[in-house]
Design a protein around this ligand. Sequence first.
Ligand SMILES: Cc1cc2nc3c(=O)[nH]c(=O)nc-3n(C[C@H](O)[C@H](O)[C@H](O)COP(=O)(O)OP(=O)(O)OC[C@H]3O[C@@H](n4cnc5c(N)ncnc54)[C@H](O)[C@@H]3O)c2cc1C
Length: 481
Amino acid sequence: MRRVVIVGYGMAGARLADELRRRDQDISITVVGAEPHAAYNRVLLSTVVAGTMTPESTRLHDERWADEHRVDLRLGWEVREVDRAARTVVVGRAGGDPEPAIPYDALVLATGSVPWVPPAEGLTEDGRLAPGVVAFRTLDDCAQIEAKAGKGMPVAVLGGGLLGIEAARGLAGRGCLVTVVHPVGHLMERQLDPAAGGVLARTLGKLGIEFRLNSMATKYLPGDGLILDDGTHVPAELVVVSAGVRAETSLAVRAGLTVDRGIVVDDALRTSDPRIHAIGDCAQHPGTVSGLVQPAWDQAAVLADRLTGTDPSARYRGTSVVTRLKARDIDLAALGDVHTDVDCPDSEVLCFQEPSRGRYAKLVLRDDRVTGAIVLGAPDAAATITQLYDRGIPAPTDRLALLLGRALPAEAASPADLPSSAVICRCNTVSKGQIVSAWRAGAESLPQLAEATRATTGCGGCKDAVCGLLDWLGASQPAPA
Ligand SMILES: Cc1cc2nc3c(=O)[nH]c(=O)nc-3n(C[C@H](O)[C@H](O)[C@H](O)COP(=O)(O)OP(=O)(O)OC[C@H]3O[C@@H](n4cnc5c(N)ncnc54)[C@H](O)[C@@H]3O)c2cc1C
C-alpha cells in the first residue's frame, strides 16, 4: 500500500487528504499539522474578526473526520526534518521531544505561508511579535485580535492589500478607530488600478477608516502607536500586521530542495526530489498566483489524480483567479489583467466611475473576451463579467450595458449552460457540480445546501446564484453533473 505523508493541515493539505480518500479507499494517508485546530477555511477569518461568523463555523472538517476517513491525523504536531535518503520525516508535538519517524513513499509539503513583518523598530522582540502587535493569519491570531480590540480603541493596520482592508473593515465594524498604513500610493495595488484604489479608499473613509498612503512605519512605541517615515505619529493601542506573506519554505530548504520565492515545482507538482511534492501557498509553479486558495485546491485535485494513479498524466497548468473583497457594505471583484491602459492598441478598455456613490468599473477585452475587470459597488455587473471571464465566452456587443450591470449575456442566462466546474461560491470554492450533487443527495433548500456544501456561508455574495441554481434544479431535474 502506498504511504502518503502530508505536511500541513491547512487549506491545501486538508483538501488533498479529501481528494486522495475520495479516489482511493486503501491508500495510507498521514497528515501532520502544526496548528492545534481541525482544518478551517482561512479565507473566512475576516468574517470572524468582523464578528459575523464564529470560529467553529469556519471549520472544514469536524472531529470525526480523521476516524471516518481512516486518516492518521497528528494535530498540533510538526515535521522538523525530512530524511530523503531514508524516506522518513522527523516529527514531534509542538515544543515536545521527537517521536518515532514516519516513513513515506510520497511526501507532500503543504506548509502554506507566514506573515511578512515590516522591518520597523520594536515590532518584534526576540524574533516574536511584540506585545500589542498581532498578525492576521490564523484562528489564534483572530482570538487575540478579538480579545484586545475594544470599542473606541485606536488600531493601526499595517498593509492596505486585500487582507489589510478586510481586517480594517472588520475592526471598524467592532467600533475601533482604524488607520491603515500602506507603503504604496493606492490600496490593493495588486488587484486595483489607482482610480479604483481611490474610490475604495473614499468608500472606506465614509465608514470611519483613515489611511496613510505612501507611508511606512519606522518605529513601534508600545501602547502609544507608530512613527512613520515622514516623522508623523499614528495612535495605536493595537497593531495588526497584514503586510503580505512569504512562502513557508524552511523545511524544504533544510531538506536541500530547490527553493526560490517558494518551493519550485513542475506541472506534476514535483519538487527537485521526484518523491516530494509541494502544493498551495508554499509552492512556486510558473502559472501560479501564489497566496490564493483556488490554485491550492486545483493543485490538490491534480496531485490526488497522480498519487492514486487515477490519472497519472494529470498536469497542473495554472489557475485564473477572481479576487473578491469580503468586507461588509463593500462589493468588490477583481480578475485577470486590470492594469491595461485605456489607450492600449490591442485591447478594448472601458471605464466608468462614480466615486460619490462608491462605484467604479473597468473592463478589459481582447478579441471580444473579458481578460480583466475591476467592479466596485456594482454586484450585478460583477456577477455577469465574472461568468464571462470564467467561461471564456464572447462578451455582448452592448459593452456599456455590461459595465453597468444591465446586460445578461444570452449564453449565461441559464444555470443549465454553466459548466459543472464553474465556481459558484468563491469563499468556499463550491462548484456548480458540487451543488447539483448535494441537491441530488437531498439538499433541496437553501439552508440544506449551505449545510451540505457551505455555499453562501462566506460573504453571502453568491446567494442569488445559488437560488437560481435551486430554481433550475427544481424545475428541470437535470442529468447528473
Ligand atoms: C485573513 C485571510 C483572508 C484570505 N482571503 C482569501 C481570499 O479571499 N481568497 C483567496 O483565494 N485566498 C485568501 N486567503 C489566502 C488563503 O487562505 C491561502 O491561499 C490558503 O490558506 C493556502 O492554503 P495552504 O494550505 O497552502 O496554507 P495554509 O492554509 O496557511 O496552511 C498551511 C498549514 O501548514 C502548517 N505547517 C507549516 N509548516 C509545518 C510543519 N513543518 N509541520 C506541520 N505543519 C506545518 C501551518 O501551521 C498551517 O496550518 C486569505 C488568507 C487570510 C489569512
